[in-house]
Design a protein around this ligand. Structure first.
Ligand SMILES: [Zn+2]
Length: 72
């Protein structure tokens, strides 16, 4: 049961929600949840990865999994 929550915990370690924006916990840069482009970290942010990051899409996918699993 608790395993179901781990992806959201992992998401929460890297990102935080600020109103309608998603913010990187390390560099503090934020992006609107509806922005279609990849997340742009500040230069030198340790959370940067070689591949593009889409935190709002990840969050939407996690929520969708929970809804499908009947957790709401
Ligand atoms: Zn960052």
């Amino acid at each position: 049961m608790s395993v179901t929550y781990l992806p959201l915990q992992a998401w929460n370690k890297h990102w935080t929600l600020d109103g309608s924006r998603v913010r990187c916990r390390i560099c503090g840069v934020s992006q609107d949840l509806t922005a279609a482009g990849a997340f742009q970290h500040a230069l030198g942010c340790k959370a940067r990865t070689p591949q593009a990051q889409y935190p709002s899409r990840e969050l939407a996918a996690l929520l969708q999994q929970k809804i499908h699993a009947g957790l709401f």
